[in-house]
Design a binder for this molecule. Structure first.
Ligand SMILES: C[S@@+](CC[C@H](N)C(=O)[O-])C[C@H]1O[C@@H](n2cnc3c(N)ncnc32)[C@H](O)[C@@H]1O
Length: 282
């Protein structure tokens, strides 16, 4: 069994989600994990998986637990073992640590510390993208890489990502399978129009809860795909690749309306993106 097959097998054994496995395999082929000190941003892949399958030297994960509390989800990650304050007071992360904090608050004690920064399905939930990018750049050793995948982003057909809601009659609504919001509807409508649209088929309370979640919850950042690229262009990273996901088909009239509503933006068809960036200077 070759290395990639072994990673895939162990990903199943340790119950990684399919998109996590897919992206781990992509990063393995692109830059490799073997023997590296890795910082994971917005998640914590299981200890057994990162050592047995990826054979990393160390794994430090940043999880922002308040995100789960605000969203009303149960925290699914690995046990939090250290705080930024402890690191500021001299504690040195062990070979596997999970830190509860925001990446944009990363203390300088962890600067120039990592060979690889890895992030999957988290950037769309992170608000301080420029500050986070700056801290990630600083966290890398010279020659280190920052690899991230984010989806769905706000500018795609279901980028509102609203949390499953149950109506008083027991009917469940969510952002992909039973979605009362038409594709790109969150971009085409303003909140009052959305509420009015939802009230035609759903009770008022559920319609109000979905409208709130789409436009006001802190769970997502509402950046367009091109915003992430523009943030990177003005970041300290000057080398790398930004890859939008393959475009999904978008009706011509919707594309025209969106371009009119959001001058300068064109990509409403990619669900998300991945990128690989290199720290090539001090
Ligand atoms: C949708 S979850 C993704 C978790 C995991 N990577 C996965 O693949 O399932 C989004 C993650 O973003 C994290 N997050 C949100 N804001 C953050 C911040 N400012 N700094 C670090 N992580 C953050 C949350 O803690 C959460 O783990």
């Amino acid at each position: 069994m070759n290395r990639l097959e072994n990673i895939q097998k162990l990903a199943e054994k340790y119950s990684l989600k399919s998109y996590q496995t897919g992206y781990v395999l992509q990063v393995e082929q692109e830059v490799g994990f073997l023997g590296k000190s890795v910082l994971e941003v917005g998640g914590s892949l299981p200890r057994e998986f990162v050592f047995e399958a990826l054979e990393v030297k160390s794994w430090t994960a940043i999880e922002y637990i308040q995100y789960y509390i605000d969203a009303g989800f149960e925290y699914p990650g690995a046990e939090v073992s250290i705080t930024f304050d402890e690191i500021k007071n001299g504690a040195i992360p062990r070979e596997y640590e999970v830190i509860n904090g925001k990446i944009e608050d990363l203390p300088y004690h962890l600067f120039s510390n990592f060979d690889l920064v890895f992030s999957v399905a988290a950037l769309q939930n992170l608000h301080a993208v420029p500050a986070a990018t700056e801290k990630i750049f600083q966290s890398l050793k010279l020659g280190g890489c920052y690899c991230a995948l984010a989806a769905p982003v706000w500018s795609c057909y279901n980028g509102h990502l609203f949390n499953t809601k149950k109506s008083p009659t027991g009917k469940e609504y969510d952002y992909h399978e039973n979605c009362p919001v038409p594709p790109w509807g969150h971009l085409l409508m303003r909140p009052p129009q959305m509420y009015d649209h939802l009230c035609r088929t759903i009770d008022f309370d559920t319609a109000a809860a979905i409208t709130y979640e789409i436009y006001n919850s802190s769970r997502i950042n509402r950046f367009f795909l091109e915003d992430y690229l523009n943030f990177l262009k003005i970041s300290p990273f000057s080398q790398g690749h930004f890859r939008p996901m393959p475009p999904m088909s978008i009706p011509e009239d919707i594309q025209t309306k969106l371009e009119g509503l959001y001058p300068g933006y064109q990509n409403f068809s990619s669900q998300g993106f991945s990128f690989t960036l290199l720290r090539d200077r001090e």
